[in-house]
Design a protein around this ligand. Structure first.
Ligand code: ZN
Length: 293
């Protein structure tokens, strides 16, 4: 009898145990929550208010990594400056690179802006190409499918639930994209400049050209020579919008704006970067609004 009670308790606890999932990026966390529902507990390691290339490796992140069943990273070199030592220190076999509980989403994305030659000595933090694919709302479809497959793999007893959640979500997201793309086809902005190349995937998707960056190279602060040249480019191209993220200094963008008449707009790079972008839909709606309005 005791054995039976114990067995049923164990069964019950396995049925109701939630998977502990860490992700480095809030957008990936939001998609994971959609697919995992009540079966997962998602923790985002990097705050969407800060530079995703340089998250401060606090001890609280280590304790999250120690108890995780699954770690989902953006990849493409985005976390290379802060995550590898944390994973090693966490010493959690489940989430080491190559283990079943480690998922690098960039492996499923067609990365753009792959450099032909790169030296990190010159500070290029996009050595593997542009890692900011989450700004394209169509990539959400890829993320959702990959996450659903991974959840079913590490938690096969709930595979049906994950599949059901995926189907429901894809239906919702495809309807959202249809409406979103229709709105974007009316976008009058055709040329922009950016501080950091955060929005290239979005811009490429909707045929908007980025004619220059305030950073001379990804991760390198603007110089006066580069800024003056960019002012010329902005004027020549009739650029009306300067895309500024929430975490870089705005001074250079404001200086260029004052010299050219272009407008500085703050654009979220992740779910939760700005108040108006706290859901997946509102994240993309806010990007569109800031670029097109
Ligand atoms: Zn970057």
């Amino acid at each position: 009898m005791k054995k039976m009670i114990l067995a049923s308790l164990l069964l019950a606890s396995s049925l109701f145990a939630t998977l502990k999932i860490d992700t480095t990026y809030a957008t990936l966390g939001a998609v994971t929550q959609e697919i995992g529902g009540d079966l997962v507990e998602v923790h985002v390691l990097g705050s969407s208010k800060y530079d995703p290339h340089f998250i401060v490796p606090k001890p609280s992140l280590l304790s999250k990594l120690r108890r995780a069943d699954l770690l989902i990273i953006n990849g493409g070199g985005l976390e290379v400056g802060w995550l590898p030592p944390l994973i090693r220190s966490a010493n959690n076999r489940k989430i080491q690179p190559g283990a079943k509980g480690f998922l690098d989403m960039s492996h499923f994305i067609n990365m753009i802006n792959k450099p032909t030659s790169v030296s990190r000595a010159f500070g290029d933090i996009h050595a593997q190409g542009n890692p900011h694919y989450v700004t394209d709302p169509h990539q959400v479809l890829v993320m959702a499918k990959v996450i659903a497959k991974k959840l079913a793999q590490i938690d096969p007893s709930h595979a049906q639930s994950y599949q059901h959640n995926l189907e429901k979500f894809l239906k919702k997201w495809n309807a959202y994209l249809k409406e979103f793309d229709a709105k974007m086809s009316q976008c009058s902005t055709k040329k922009v400049v950016q501080y950091h190349e955060l929005y290239n995937y979005f811009l490429k998707r909707y045929g908007i050209v980025s004619v220059g960056n305030i950073e001379p190279l990804p991760g390198i602060a603007p110089s006066s020579k580069h800024t003056l040249a960019l002012i010329g480019t902005v004027k020549e191209n009739g650029v009306k919008k300067i895309l500024q993220d929430v975490y870089h200094d705005k001074k250079a963008a404001e200086f260029i704006a004052a010299k050219t008449g272009a407008k500085v707009v703050v654009v979220p790079h992740d779910v939760g970067s700005v108040k108006a972008a706290d859901t997946l839909e509102d994240f993309y709606n806010t990007i569109a609004k800031s670029i097109c309005k």
